[in-house]
Write a new protein. Structure first.
Length: 207
């Protein structure tokens, strides 16, 4: 396993190309890391690369190809950074480490031994429509219909930013903390199957 204990090693790690548009460095910035002085560096770089590449190739690249440039709001967190984010009554809005293995913590498999990765992204072309309508679900349904490899989505209020994940055992759940709060769809719900073009046709007509 490679070790990231020098500037040169970390530079080389950041230059690793995860897909045609994304490099590892794109996913390493963390406000918690900056403020708390905790390096946001993987303990298992190879697993982080493998999971991150799957996220980029199967989810992020297809979204960007169809909807235009996406911006990375946050993504990879080391176990140490995430643990700091989850302490002190969760002041940084991070779930605990076990909940984030194979999520924001790319370099740890989950309790079932599965690999996964999460990034919080903004779809720039969606911002004007969202600012006018507040209809985050339009984007959620578009991803649901057009990006079959996604595992979970969770939407936030500002800029319709959302966590989107890839996972070896996908859950296929969409939820939000924005009205209407809660679960939009998941397997077994009546609205899960079939096309949902009417939910996002106005957005596409304006983009």
């Amino acid at each position: 396993m490679r070790t990231l204990t020098s500037v040169k090693a970390l530079e080389d790690f950041g230059r690793i190309r995860l897909s045609s548009s994304f490099f590892m460095r794109d996913f390493l910035y963390s406000e918690i890391s900056q403020i708390e002085g905790i390096p946001n560096i993987p303990d298992n770089p190879e697993l982080a690369i493998q999971a991150g590449a799957a996220l980029c190739e199967n989810v992020l690249e297809p979204i960007q190809e169809k909807l235009g440039r996406i911006s990375i709001r946050s993504a990879y967190r080391s176990s140490a950074v995430n643990a700091k984010g989850a302490e002190n009554n969760n002041q940084y809005n991070c779930a605990g480490n076990k909940s984030n293995y194979a999520g924001h913590i790319w370099d740890r498999k989950d309790s079932k031994g599965c690999m996964g990765a999460t990034a919080c992204i903004v779809v720039n072309s969606f911002i004007p429509y969202y600012e006018r309508t507040s209809n985050w679900a339009a984007l959620a349904w578009w991803v649901h219909d057009n990006i079959p490899e996604y595992s979970e989505m969770y939407f936030f209020q500002k800029l319709a930013a959302f966590n989107v994940s890839w996972h070896e055992n996908p859950k296929k759940v969409i939820s939000s903390c924005v009205l209407p709060k809660g679960i939009l769809t998941q397997p077994g719900m009546p609205n899960f199957n079939g096309g949902h073009e009417k939910e996002y046709e106005e957005f596409l007509s304006l983009s």
